[in-house]
Design a protein around this ligand. Structure first.
Ligand code: PLP
Length: 438
């Protein structure tokens, strides 16, 4: 541990920045020289060493990123993998422009949802044949929740929903509950297991809280829900591609997630639905479109669901976005999600250490848990003027995001973020805070 860090212990969450905290004494003043921060040379040297020793550092060349940008918003929109633009040009000019309708039957189009689902599967710990890509996360939540309610036994009345959930999950859950006659019961994921009982039909939880970055106990909560006879639906938007999920290992029933965050599929790239093999026979989708039919081209009037996860398909897939996502998944060649997780924890530890060294105590309140077992791949820091602070950070080339009312969110994507980026982000943050409070 560096001297600097010892001199400024990590801010204590029990004593958050209050309205009365004195403006910190910052180093930066308009003297013309580049602003320096105590201990910065030391931490910069450490960052360089950590980057040199990092086996994943070379993966940054698999992405197209502006040279001088520290991009800490890959938990909202992942960076552009290098092969995607070329593949898109080929899809548009040849597969669409020249092959036209023939691409549906002769090419790679029709089977894209299940093929790409099986490429995502290893990243979420799923054996092949259980993951299908298409539609948005919100739409897949609807399929999963109504499907789960139909799988749940008779006499169960409650749909338990993560009380701090990403809003769309809550909105969709309320509608699904209304349609299936269930009651929505908000639960604190940290204490959800206590709420599971004989009336619990379905449990919907976010694996990582999008605002605080807290990682919930998927193995323990899934086991507890299963013991109570309930069906679990996990939202993996902030975990897939960032940390091991283990859907099969932990006997999750249903899961959904998006692909434009840690999977770098591009803006609005299609989401996925996981249906555990043991439920596929009975999974009754509330959106039985013709693409999920056992024999779509028979064009029969009655719906007969396809075997396996295919019954989670709805209508014609959005091929351009699908094939961009497929090309984006090439960045995972030779990379394990376990290695990504190890680097993510090292990066977030180092970022927190730099923040503690550079920013006076009490100005920022870390809301992401310090314990590795409870931390996703982001660091959220609460502060006054968070919106203005983030705007200024972005103006200085450090891109994170702001979540109302007072959270600065920094996503750490180990495939293309390094330790020098973490140090620069913390240093720039200290300068911005000094500037804001001056
Ligand atoms: C990003 C995110 C979503 C997004 O849903 P869309 O339908 O893709 O817009 C849903 N849930 C969670 C937890 C998210 O983080």
């Amino acid at each position: 541990m560096s001297e600097t860090h010892a001199a400024h212990p990590a801010p204590d969450p029990a004593h958050p920045a209050g309205a009365n905290s004195a403006p910190p004494a910052f180093e930066e003043r308009g003297s013309g020289r580049s602003p320096e921060t105590p201990g910065a040379a030391d931490l910069r040297a450490r960052a360089a060493d950590l980057d040199t020793a990092d086996d994943l550092a070379k993966l940054r060349t698999r992405f197209t990123l502006p040279e001088d940008l520290v991009y800490l918003d890959g938990n909202s929109l992942g960076a552009l993998p290098t092969g995607v633009a070329e593949r898109m040009a080929e899809v548009v000019t040849q597969e669409w422009g020249e092959n036209l309708i023939r691409s549906w039957s002769d090419g790679t189009w029709w089977t894209a949802p299940e093929r790409i689902g099986d490429r995502i599967a290893p990243l979420i710990g799923a054996a092949p044949g259980q993951t299908v890509v298409g539609d948005s996360t919100s739409v897949n939540l609807f399929k999963a929740l109504v499907g789960a309610a139909r799988l749940a036994g008779e006499g169960r009345t409650d749909l338990l929903v993560d009380a701090a959930t990403f809003p769309t999950d809550g909105y969709i859950a309320a509608s699904a509950a209304r349609m299936t006659g269930l009651n929505v019961v908000p639960v604190d994921p940290d204490r959800a297991a206590e709420a599971f009982g004989p009336s619990t039909a379905v449990v919907l939880l976010n694996h990582v809280d999008y605002r605080t970055g807290r990682l919930h106990d998927l193995p323990g909560l899934t086991a507890a829900a299963r013991a109570a006879g309930a069906i679990t639906v996990w939202d993996l938007c902030h975990s897939a591609g960032a940390l091991p999920v283990g859907l099969d290992e932990h006997a999750v029933d249903l899961a959904v997630g998006c692909t434009y965050k840690y999977l770098n599929g591009g803006p609005g790239s299609p989401a996925y639905l996981y249906i555990a093999a043991r439920h596929q026979q009975d999974f009754d989708s509330p959106l039985p479109g013709w693409n999920g039919h056992a024999d779509p081209f028979a064009m029969t009037p009655g719906f007969a669901p396809a075997e396996g996860a295919l019954r989670g398909r709805v209508g014609t897939p959005d091929i351009l976005s699908m094939l961009a996502l497929e090309a984006a998944l090439d960045v995972w060649e030779g990379v394990t999600v376990e290695a990504v997780r190890a680097k993510s924890l090292a990066l977030t530890d180092f970022f927190l250490e730099c923040v503690a060294a550079y920013v006076p105590q009490g100005v920022l309140e870390p809301v992401t848990p310090a314990a590795h077992a409870e931390r996703g791949s982001q660091v959220s820091l609460r502060t006054e003027n968070a919106s203005a602070v983030m705007a200024e950070l972005i103006a200085r080339g450090v891109v994170g995001d702001f979540r109302a009312p007072d959270v600065l969110r920094f996503g750490f994507t180990p495939l293309y973020v390094g330790f020098a980026d973490a140090e620069r982000a913390a240093r720039t943050l200290s300068h911005v805070l000094g500037h804001i409070y001056e």
